[in-house]
Design a protein around this ligand. Sequence first.
Ligand code: SAM
Length: 337
Amino acid sequence: MALKCAIDLGIPSAIHRNGGSASLPDLLATLPIAENKRPFLHRLMRFLTVSGIFTSADDGVYQLTRVSRLLVDSIPLNLLPFARGAVNENSRKISETSGNFHTVFTRNFRSFLCLGEWFRDGGDTTPFAMAHGIDVWGAMSLDRALAAGFSASMAADSKFLAEIAIRRHVEAFMNVSSLVDVGGGDGSMARAIVKAFPHIKCLVLDLPHVVRGIPADGFVEYVAGDMMDFVPPANVVLLKLVLHDWSDEDCVRILSRCREAISNREGGKVIIIDTVIGSQSQQIYEAQLFLDLCMMTVTTGKEREEKEWHMIFLKAGFTQYKILPILGIKSLIEVYP
Ligand SMILES: C[S@@+](CC[C@H](N)C(=O)[O-])C[C@H]1O[C@@H](n2cnc3c(N)ncnc32)[C@H](O)[C@@H]1O
């Protein structure tokens, strides 16, 4: 909630605009804070500093940390849309016109409040469906604002991660002539791949309500479809943050469609960008387990340890895999038939 408040007020961007550091009077001079609320700001800043969002020396001057630098609106490849998707009700105006006040944040928050009830209940619905009467993908197809907020947050994550993933693991994309990004959302990841490797023919497969209306840009082609049924043929199939949304059985089904798509293709492989649970870093390990609880609450999926990934690869008919860490909680897994 304190982070949401900092994002609402634009505190990281204000510190950045002030030359990278700002005192309380500097912040009070620029932030949109009502006169009678000015005495409260130091309490918010004190908490956010102890939490690692900002730093502050004894002189009471606040500076950005590696975390809050990602929340500055003027820094290219910032993660502000992702953080807003997680904590803000930023799409409220669009929601109001459709008579619906839910956002990614409120939907997920209400789902978490159902977790205790979900554990007691013998049914097989998700906490999300328990809270909203519909599963997460159904809700997205009906609620334009929810879908827009989700798409913007995933696109920010893709733009941020693509450059790092490609730079660190350039060999994964070498000698690839065609690639289909399954569940590729608005195509941000595919566009970054084409930008780095203009010879790769890139296709994005996603649900009709996601790809409908995305204008052709001459770089990426969009196909509306259901990955459970069919994946268009290509040398490489990419699945970024898709399999963690699904149960083991569904993953085997999706990966089987992917194996069919790359069969008889030169150098055919599947590239998965997702979490492999386990890290030397306590912070990263905690973040992976937190994301696992999010998956348990919102989807039918989970974050997986290596042995769990191995099992679904074998069941889907793949023989080998290679795990390459990217950054933080995410890894790139190459899977071969
Ligand atoms: C967590 S998002 C990941 C989006 C994108 N890969 C990224 O990382 O930015 C999961 C994506 O899977 C798509 N999706 C869900 N069910 C699908 C299905 N049955 N067939 C194709 N895409 C699906 C969603 O619409 C969404 O775009």
